[in-house]
Design a protein around this ligand. Structure first.
Ligand code: ATP
Length: 438
C-alpha cells in the first residue's frame, strides 16, 4: 500500500483555510507557531470525531465513565507523575543564527538548514511543560503547569471517581480535552502542535486481567479507525522495542498511519502497570488501593491506556479522504469522508431560488434534530455539487419543478456521483440511517 499520493500537506493546508476547517491562530497578526483555530467546518468535524470516539467506547461491554479535569495542575501532581523531572526533549541550537531544533531532527554532521553554517551547540534537555504562577504571588507554592496530557488528572481523581460512581474493576475512565506542550519544532501543520486536544482512556484492572486487556485494546483501537473510514492498508500496529519503552511501561503499541511523510504515530496504547497510582499514593500519602472481594486483599490496579490526539486524527482523516478525480472536462476534488465524520451531512438545493421554501424549512427541521445540513440556493447545480464534494458532504438533494407535483427529489451520491429519485418525506429517515454507526 502507498500513502495517499494524490495529496500533499500544502493541498490540505490550502483546503483547510479556503473552506474554513482550520486557520492559523491570530492570522492577521502573523499567527503563533504551532497554534491553530478551528473554523466553522473544522469545529463541526472535530465534534464528530469526539462523538465517534465516545460512542465507540460506550458500545463496548465494559463500564466506562467520562471525566473532565482542569487544565491547570499544581506542581506536586506533576512532580509525582515524573513530568517535572522527565518531560523534556533534546535541543540543539545553531550558534550562528540562533535557530533551535530537536536534536533527533537534525544531522549534526551537516550545516544548519536555516543559515547554511555549521556551528552547533551542545545538545541539552528542553523542558516542554508551560509553567505559570497563580495569582500575584511568585512563591513556589503558587507554581502551576498547563497539563501536557489529560491522563494525570484521572489518576489523581481515581479514588473520587471510584467511590462516587457505581463502577467495579475492570472499568475505564475517559477524558477528552486540551493539552499543551512547548514543542521545540512544531511541524506538519496539525501533526505536532503546542496546543492540541487529546482523547485518553485509562482502563483500570487487575494484573491478571491486564495482559488480555492490552491485546483487546490494541485490536479495538485499530478497528475504531477503520470504522470511521480510514483505509485499513494505511494503518498498522507497531509494538515498541524494549529500549523505546517509557520507564513505567511494560508494553506499548502505536497505531500508525502512513502519512505522505511516512509511518507515524496516531494513537499510543500503553500497559502502564500500577506506576501512576503508586507514585501518586506515595507522594500524596493517600491510600489509592481498592479492595478485592475474591481475595479479600487490597491492591493498586494496573492500567492500560489508549491515547490519541483529536487534531492528529483530524489531519489523518483529511489526508486519507482527499482525492482528485479527472472528469471529462475538469478535475474534481473530493473528500471521501465517512458520513459520521463529514461536517455537513447533506446539501439541500432548490433548483432555482423561487422553489426554495420547502427545503429551507426542511433544513431548519433537520438542524433542530442535530443533523447538520446546508441549504444552498446559489450558483449552478454543478457548482454546488463541487463545493460540497470538496468539503466531504456525502449526499446532495435537489428540489425541482417536478418535485412540486410528485413530492420526490433527486439524491446525488458524492463518491459515485450517481443520482436517483426519492420521496422528499424520506430524507430525514435516509440521513438518520446513514448516520447509524458501529
Ligand atoms: P510523538 O512521539 O509523536 O511526539 P508522543 O509519543 O509524545 O507523540 P503521546 O504522549 O503518546 O505522544 O500522546 C498521545 C497522542 O497525542 C499521540 O499519539 C498524538 O496523537 C497526540 N499528540 C501528542 N503530541 C502532540 C502534538 N504536539 N500535537 C498534536 N498531537 C499530539
Amino acid at each position: 500500500m502507498m500513502a495517499n499520493t494524490a495529496v500533499t500537506l500544502e493541498n490540505i493546508v490550502a483546503l483547510c483555510k479556503r473552506r474554513g476547517f482550520i486557520f492559523q491562530t491570530a492570522d492577521i497578526y502573523n499567527g503563533l507557531n504551532g497554534v491553530y483555530d478551528s473554523g466553522p467546518l473544522g469545529t463541526l468535524m472535530k465534534e464528530n470525531i469526539r462523538q465517534a470516539w465516545k460512542r465507540s467506547l460506550k458500545q463496548l461491554p465494559y463500564d466506562i465513565v467520562f471525566f473532565d479535569g482542569a487544565l491547570l495542575g499544581n506542581e506536586a501532581m506533576w512532580a509525582a507523575s515524573g513530568h517535572v523531572e522527565n518531560f523534556h526533549d533534546p535541543l540543539v541550537e545553531c550558534k550562528a543564527c540562533n535557530a533551535r531544533f530537536r536534536t533527533d531532527d537534525v544531522d549534526l554532521e551537516k550545516a544548519c538548514a536555516r543559515c547554511g553554517k555549521k556551528e552547533w551547540s551542545e545538545s541539552r534537555e528542553f523542558h516542554m511543560m508551560f509553567k505559570t504562577n497563580l495569582g500575584a504571588s511568585v512563591e513556589q507554592a503558587s507554581v502551576a503547569y498547563l497539563r501536557p496530557e489529560t491522563a494525570q488528572s484521572i489518576f489523581v481523581n481515581f479514588k473520587n471517581i471510584f467511590s462516587s460512581s457505581r463502577v467495579k474493576i475492570p472499568f475505564g475512565v475517559a477524558q477528552l480535552g486540551k493539552a499543551f506542550r512547548n514543542e521545540i519544532t512544531p511541524k506538519q501543520f496539525l501533526f505536532r502542535m503546542r496546543e492540541f486536544e487529546q482523547m485518553e482512556m485509562e482502563f483500570f484492572c487487575t494484573r491478571e486481567q491486564s495482559k488480555e486487556l492490552f491485546d483487546f485494546w490494541r485490536a479495538e483501537r485499530l478497528s475504531f479507525f477503520t470504522r470511521i473510514g480510514i483505509t485499513s492498508e494505511r494503518l498498522r500496529l507497531r509494538d515498541h522495542e524494549t529500549d523505546e519503552l517509557s520507564h513505567y511501561s511494560s508494553a506499548t503499541s502505536d497505531v500508525e498511519y502512513l502519512f505522505p511523510f511516512g509511518w507515524k504515530e496516531l494513537e499510543g496504547i500503553a500497559h502502564r502497570g500500577n506506576y501512576d497510582l503508586t507514585q501518586h499514593s506515595k507522594h500524596s500519602g493517600k491510600e489509592l488501593s481498592v479492595f478485592d472481594e475474591s481475595t479479600k486483599q487490597s491492591f493498586i490496579p494496573d492500567v492500560v491506556e489508549c491515547s490519541v490526539g483529536v487534531d492528529r486524527l483530524f489531519l489523518t482523516l483529511l489526508f486519507d479522504a482527499y482525492v482528485q478525480e479527472q472528469l471529462e472536462k475538469e478535475t474534481r476534488t473530493v473528500l471521501r469522508l465517512h458520513p459520521v465524520i463529514a461536517p455537513i451531512k447533506a446539501g439541500l438545493f432548490p433548483l432555482v431560488e423561487s422553489l426554495g421554501e420547502p427545503f429551507a424549512r426542511l433544513a431548519k427541521d433537520l438542524q433542530g434534530e442535530g443533523i447538520e445540513v446546508q441549504y444552498d440556493a446559489s450558483g449552478s447545480i454543478g457548482k454546488r455539487y463541487r463545493r460540497h464534494d470538496e468539503i466531504g458532504t456525502p449526499f446532495c438533494f435537489t428540489y425541482d419543478y417536478q418535485s412540486e407535483t410528485d413530492g420526490a427529489v433527486t439524491i446525488r451520491h458524492r463518491d459515485s456521483m450517481q443520482q436517483e429519485r426519492i420521496a422528499m418525506d424520506q430524507i430525514g429517515l435516509y440521513l438518520r440511517t446513514a448516520l447509524m454507526w458501529k
